[in-house]
Design a protein. Structure first.
Length: 129
């Protein structure tokens, strides 16, 4: 009986973990402010994945970053002569904003905390008209 209960608990844990990590950045959309043409990009930092749109328009960009994970994370955007990161790491539940001007091209987005990028916290952002 105890072995059966343990097995059911393990399967439930694996299934709930799989469901939580199966969300993708494809479901997230960047928005453009009509008054300023500034693009706002939602970014979720989780243990160990970055969720955000894969493509955005060029211009002034605000990355609205939220750490939905349990560990501290950050976000770094590099490419096309841009190298920008949040000024401090975000603890679980914290939010922050990162502003940058992005020209058309490809950017590498990573979590610069420890080995997080190697553990999966990396993605590519394409900026195009």
């Amino acid at each position: 009986m105890i072995k059966h209960l343990y097995a059911v608990t393990m399967v439930a844990s694996v299934l709930s973990f799989g469901c939580a990590s199966s969300r993708s950045g494809d479901q997230m959309q960047a928005t453009t402010s009509p008054s300023s043409s500034r693009v706002t990009v939602p970014v979720e930092l989780d243990d160990y994945v970055i969720r955000m749109p894969a493509t955005i328009p060029p211009g002034d960009v605000t990355f609205a970053v939220k750490n939905v994970g349990d560990h501290s994370h950050n976000v770094r955007v590099r490419g096309q002569n841009v190298d920008a990161a949040l000024p401090k790491n975000l603890k679980g539940g914290e939010s922050g904003t990162l502003e940058a001007h992005l020209e058309p091209g490809t950017y590498r987005v990573t979590c610069p905390v420890g080995p997080h990028a190697m553990m999966g916290m990396r993605t590519t952002l394409t900026v195009k008209k």
